[in-house]
Design a protein around this ligand. Structure first.
Ligand SMILES: Cc1ncc(COP(=O)(O)O)c(C=O)c1O
Length: 444
């Protein structure tokens, strides 16, 4: 990069508050990136992770392994060796309560009471059971979603609608996007009416990174006596939430992205306590009232907590890494994590404007920090070639159709200099016409 400065501009803290270095005026030079890293209070966490490749900017897809996560996994493997089946009751902690116990630790991270959160199933399965539950309980019979959603949400909801003998062509209402990147809150308001059973939205759009105001969406749903449910896959572990405070009805999320709990890690869910006792859409013995689960009655008595939405035996090896990974999140603190994330994404946006816009790279993510999640969408007609060329050089990003390179400077293990070198490498790829040699099929 040419290092051309923007004197007087504070890029470290777009909210004008207390970013890692909010008083600093800085330019686009490499030395400034290094200085920002030097004064970053979260910089030390990087040593606790095995960060693959030269520059890992794909934590929005899969977070890396940490010492704590691997140790927690090894701990349960050892318990399996030494305790066998006794691990269910004698493990430390007992595996029988593992999902509830992790739920207790997650509750403050999503702004809920301990009983309202549990770890179990996968995100998609949790969408199935919760949409099924709330379709049954609702007065209305449509589900309002948006056309930029991650597809699994629509697959699961459409299949639940069919199971309730409702045609998805009529009962799955898709809010449309005007710009192909974001969804307007007014358009959501206009789509919700007295026929609506559930407003189901992501906290952050998986492609553009738009962050929604969950409180406003909950209000829109409740004004029409509909339920408000959320897919928090792209925000849990990246920022604070206040699910109980805003009165959200239910939520689902995964732990393999910003929680760094490993590929296919068991998912999480929240159900507001006013719905305890509601019959789960997909019932199973792991959601049975714990105290009598082993009475093995054929009559199903759901737990009077979010635990009722578990289905089958918790896969302990896919849950244990979360136990370790949560220790890191708790130690770093979600406020500090979000503060650094906002500063890093702001820095990336500014550097992109400065050095890459002349090559046709557009920022597809909202520039207002309050409307931005943890990653930035860089749009370019050769997105796939760019993603492949970057990966060949050890810069790991992913690409989403039609033209988006997603770049995630995850605050626990990435820094300002990583962002700086990333932009520098992209600039070189364009300057030296290196994209032609890249295989666009080599990246996902
Ligand atoms: C918004 C969203 N929901 C759900 C999923 C995936 O669900 P599952 O964990 O069941 O594969 C993803 C995956 O990236 C996602 O981005």
């Amino acid at each position: 990069m040419n290092g051309g400065g923007r004197e007087g501009e504070d890029m470290s803290d777009p909210e004008g508050g207390s970013g890692p270095d909010s008083d600093r005026e800085f330019d686009a030079s490499e030395s400034t990136a290094r200085e920002l890293d030097a004064s970053d209070p979260l910089a030390g966490f990087r040593d606790r992770f095995d960060v693959p490749d030269t520059c890992y900017l794909d934590g929005n897809s899969l977070g890396p392994a940490s010492d704590e996560a691997v140790a927690a996994l090894e701990h349960v493997v050892e318990e399996w060796r030494t305790l066998g089946v006794r691990g269910w009751t004698e493990g430390d902690p007992p595996w029988f309560w593992y999902g509830e116990r992790l739920g207790d630790r997650l509750a403050p991270m999503v702004g809920a009471n301990p009983d309202e959160v549990v770890v179990g199933n996968s995100t998609t399965v949790n969408i199935h059971t919760l949409i099924g539950t709330f379709l049954e309980a609702a007065d209305g019979d449509t589900v309002v979603v948006n056309e930029l959603d991650f597809p699994t949400d629509h697959y699961a909801i459409a299949s639940q609608l069919r199971a309730h003998r409702l045609d998805p062509d009529e009962h799955l209402v898709r809010v449309e996007s005007e710009d192909g990147r974001t969804i307007d809150e007014d358009a959501i308001r206009a789509a919700v009416d007295d026929e609506t059973a559930i407003v189901f939205f992501p906290s952050v759009l998986y492609r553009s990174g738009q962050l929604f105001d969950l409180e406003a969406l909950t209000e829109i749903a409740h004004e029409h006596d509909a339920f408000a449910g959320f897919d928090l896959a792209h925000s849990v572990g990246a920022m604070t939430h206040d699910l109980s405070g805003i009165g959200a009805d239910f939520a689902v999320w995964c732990h393999y992205k910003y929680c760094n709990a490993g590929p296919g890690a068991v998912a999480g869910l929240y159900v507001n306590e006013r719905h305890f006792g509601t019959r789960p859409g997909l019932a199973g013995w792991w959601g049975h009232e714990k105290e009598t689960q082993f009475d093995l009655n054929l009559e199903y008595t759901p737990a009077t907590s979010a635990g009722a939405w578990q289905i089958g035996t918790i896969p302990i090896f896919s849950a244990a890494p979360l136990d370790g990974a949560l220790s890191i999140l708790e130690e770093a603190g979600l406020e500090a994590i979000r503060r650094k994330s906002v500063a890093l994404t702001e820095y990336l946006v500014e550097l992109t404007d400065e050095s890459l816009s002349e090559y046709g790279v557009d920022v597809g993510t909202p520039r207002d920090a309050d409307r931005r999640g943890g990653h930035v969408a860089l749009e370019h007609e050769q997105a796939y070639a760019l993603g492949a060329a970057l990966r060949e050089r050890g810069y790991v990003v992913d690409v989403r159709p039609p033209n988006v390179v997603r770049v995630c400077p995850a605050p626990l293990y990435m820094g300002y200099h990583d962002v700086w070198t990333f932009v520098d490498v992209v600039e070189t790829l364009f300057e030296e016409n290196l994209l032609e040699a890249a295989d666009p099929d080599a990246v996902t």
